[in-house]
Design a binder for this molecule. Structure first.
Ligand code: FAD
Length: 338
């Protein structure tokens, strides 16, 4: 890579991904995380959006503490296509020179980030689960699981700017922090003959899609639930507690739950107030998706199971006995309180 004059780069930029006129929650999560990093760097948090109609997203991002909102509106950006999005984003980044660019590790974000980094000749750390600043060098430290999730690698990009990372949805909390930000409209001259692809058809996935992060309580089941039938306890407890249910990868592989409910490295990353892990051993690949939960309750018949190392409360016992007892207890309690 060619060495750049990195001194002219300043501020943290967040790409605002949107669907049906609304910004995706990962954008707010990244703005909140960027505010922490910006405090260390002594800089501002700026956002940018591309689309046919995106100006209104400014109000949303200012609610989470972004200082500026750049946007480009164009018919060519009415739906996501890699090349026009890449060119418009690269134009903005090249013009304003942010030090850091953070993008949600969604399907769209992963595609876009890679092409921008290639075009701008800079580094990209994909799918990070941790971001920090090296206080000596001010480099961005980007941490992600590696070697099948058995190791966490911290990567930095010392010679090129911007430092780019995609971060998984749900890793950071979106914290409201209203500011009066500045809106900057930009335009980009697309050379339409460069974009030959057209969208002919769209197919929506029929799988049950659920954003586990909407819930304060998640009850998750693993192989220790023993049968698909026993997953009814996981679902019932989550419903009584006003939450939702999830699963480990082994439970998904057994066909006891759809992949859309999997928590972990190859599933969703969650940070609910309460995470109840039922018959889940606590493999590192599962832990990376749930260890930032505020309270972790683990039920496992093996008192040596790794999940107990990160659990706030541990119950040693059979899921088939403990869960029906918990369901009865909470049902009674709720009845009395009504
Ligand atoms: C690249 C890669 C990505 C991965 N991604 C993910 C991921 O996203 N999410 C994920 O979850 N895993 C993932 N895995 C798999 C992960 O390594 C583990 O295999 C998986 O998490 C184990 O699931 P489990 O805890 O349900 O099963 P197990 O590890 O088999 O644990 C079952 C647990 O249940 C307990 N138990 C058994 N019977 C009972 C009972 N009757 N009552 C109480 N306790 C009981 C056992 O003591 C044991 O601790 C990934 C692996 C790789 C290599």
């Amino acid at each position: 890579m060619i060495k750049q004059d990195i001194g002219e780069y300043k501020h943290i930029w967040i790409f605002v991904e949107h669907k049906d006129g609304k910004a995706k929650s990962v954008s707010f999560e990244l703005i909140s995380k960027a505010r922490e990093l910006a405090e260390v760097l002594g800089c501002e948090v700026h956002t940018f959006a591309l689309g046919k109609k995106v100006k209104h997203l400014a109000d949303e991002v200012f609610r989470y503490g972004a200082n500026k909102f750049y946007f480009i509106e164009d018919n060519l950006l009415s739906e996501y296509k890699t090349e026009p999005f890449r060119d418009a984003a690269s134009y903005l980044i090249d013009k304003y020179k942010p030090e850091i660019v953070l993008i949600g590790a969604t399907t769209l974000g992963r595609d876009l980030a890679g092409t921008i980094a290639t075009k701008l000749n800079t580094g990209l750390t994909a799918d990070t689960t941790g971001l920090d600043i090296d206080k000596k060098t001010n480099n961005l430290l980007m941490t992600r699981p590696t070697f099948g999730g058995n190791l966490m690698a911290t990567i930095f990009c010392p010679d090129n700017r911007p430092q780019m990372s995609t971060s998984r949805p749900g890793v950071y909390k979106a914290v409201e922090f209203s500011v009066e930000g500045e809106v900057v409209e930009e335009s980009f001259k697309f050379n339409k003959s460069n974009y030959l692809k057209t969208v002919i058809d769209k197919t929506l996935e029929s799988e049950e899609a659920v954003n586990l992060n909407f819930y304060d309580v998640i009850v998750a089941g693993g192989l220790g639930m023993e049968t698909k039938e026993n997953f009814k306890y996981v679902k019932e407890l989550s419903s009584i507690l006003g939450g939702t249910w999830a699963a480990s990868r082994k439970a998904v592989q057994m066909g006891w739950a759809p992949q859309t409910r999997q928590v972990g490295q190859t599933g969703q990353t969650v940070h609910p107030k309460i995470y109840i892990a039922c018959g889940i051993s606590g493999a590192i690949q599962h832990q990376v998706g749930m260890k930032s939960s505020e309270i972790i309750i683990a039920i496992n018949k093996d008192e040596e199971a790794p999940i107990f190392e990160i659990a706030t409360y541990g119950i040693v016992g059979e899921t088939g006995k403990i869960l029906p007892a918990m369901i009865d207890l909470f049902r009674e309690k709720i009845k009395k309180e009504r």
